[in-house]
Write a protein of this length. Structure first.
Length: 69
């Protein structure tokens, strides 16, 4: 599902989830006093991997990512 935030994106966004689902995940994380609330799983894994690698490796990859208009 798209929203006003994502409507302008002209690139594929494979990890979008419904706002109600996102709200439930966030609420559950807040109730459990989580320091981080990450979702969906594949995006969490990608962010973790990019954070674990040295910038010299990740910067070229991220430069090729679609630009938000």
């Amino acid at each position: 599902m798209s929203s006003r935030i994502t409507d302008r994106n002209e690139f594929h966004m494979p990890f979008l989830i419904e706002a109600d689902d996102a709200a439930r995940i966030i609420l559950r994380g807040l109730e459990r006093n989580r320091a981080r609330i990450c979702f969906p799983g594949p995006m969490h894994a990608a962010a973790w991997l990019l954070g674990a690698l040295p910038p010299a490796w990740t910067d070229p990859i991220l430069r090729k990512a679609p630009k938000k208009t």
